[in-house]
Design a protein around this ligand. Structure first.
Ligand SMILES: O=C(O)CCC(=O)C(=O)O
Length: 284
């Protein structure tokens, strides 16, 4: 794609906004038909509950790992991890198609400043009553060097404060990666919390189905409970790294450019100020 085509396919001030806030919302990037395909395919896949090898049925609790309580809405609808790695299932080709969808490419390239390389996909169902994901920074987990990772969070339903839409802390993209504190597990299904710096606060992103929220891997973000009675808050979430990345956590095994070619990136080395990252920074 030429620079002119790339500029024309990005909203005018998207790169400036992204640079300033650490995130950007592209409204209506996917069509209603695309959204319906994704929603229906994942709902059918989940019709009988968790799928072996795809759904995340256990979460770390301290040093152990525990299944969801039967009364937890997430026990029937846990998130699905790396669906694009399952060509044998209906969700596989769909996740792959949208992880590498041409509509995402110009924005990712403009924000990353290089060719984006896809490394992860996830699908969250977040049914009514489900807990959220506490505030965190993605690059704590992906451990990309020398730069950082990037998320494309695709709204499959309208996602707002009532049903546990995403919150972001603008400006925190310039922070170092911080060591997490324990989360409040009565509100969040994940076990890590990052406190925003004094004076910085989470703000709600109110998304419509088909909108895509792009955010920098250092930005503090997360979501609260789905307090609605009957509204799912589904999302397809994909992560990307810059083409010149020299390190990436060993837990992420995909490295796919949008043209289908692959690159190699060495596994991230060493621990750090937060301890043995090989264990505590498993995919979140
Ligand atoms: O969708 C959510 O509730 C949280 C997702 C998230 O924080 C992430 O993918 O990093």
């Amino acid at each position: 794609m030429s620079m002119l085509q790339q500029k024309m396919s990005c909203p005018d001030n998207s790169a400036e906004q992204f640079e300033q806030d650490g995130f950007f919302i592209a409204r209506g990037l996917l069509s209603p038909a695309d959204v319906e395909t994704i929603r229906e395919t994942f709902m059918q896949q989940a019709a009988n509950g968790p799928v072996e090898g795809l759904s995340e049925t256990h979460r770390p609790v301290g040093n152990a790992s525990r299944g969801y309580d039967k009364s937890d809405p997430l026990s029937f609808y846990p998130r699905m991890m790396q669906p694009h790695q399952h060509p044998e299932l209906a969700v596989g080709p769909v996740a792959m198609k949208y992880m590498l969808h041409p509509s995402l490419h110009p924005l990712l390239k403009a924000f990353i400043g290089q060719e984006p390389v896809a490394v992860q996909s996830m699908f969250y169902f977040k049914p009514p009553g489900a807990r959220g994901q506490d505030l965190h920074q993605d690059n704590f987990y992906l451990r990309v060097k020398p730069d950082t990772c990037m998320a494309a969070w695709i709204a499959i339903d309208d996602a707002d404060e009532e049903n546990g839409g995403m919150v972001v802390v603008p400006g925190t993209q310039n922070m170092e990666i911080a060591c997490p504190e324990p989360s409040d597990r009565s509100r969040f299904f994940t076990d890590h919390h990052i406190e925003p710096p004094p004076g910085m606060k989470p703000v709600a992103t109110n998304l419509k189905a088909g909108d895509v929220l792009f955010f920098n891997g250092s930005l503090i973000h997360g979501s609260y409970e789905n307090s609605s009675k009957d509204r799912f808050r589904r999302s397809l979430i994909c992560h990307y790294v810059p083409d010149n990345s020299s390190e990436l956590s060993q837990w992420y095994t995909t490295r796919l450019r949008f043209d289908g070619t692959t690159i190699s990136i060495a596994p991230a080395q060493g621990g750090g100020p937060c301890g043995n990252l090989q264990e505590i920074a498993k995919p979140h």
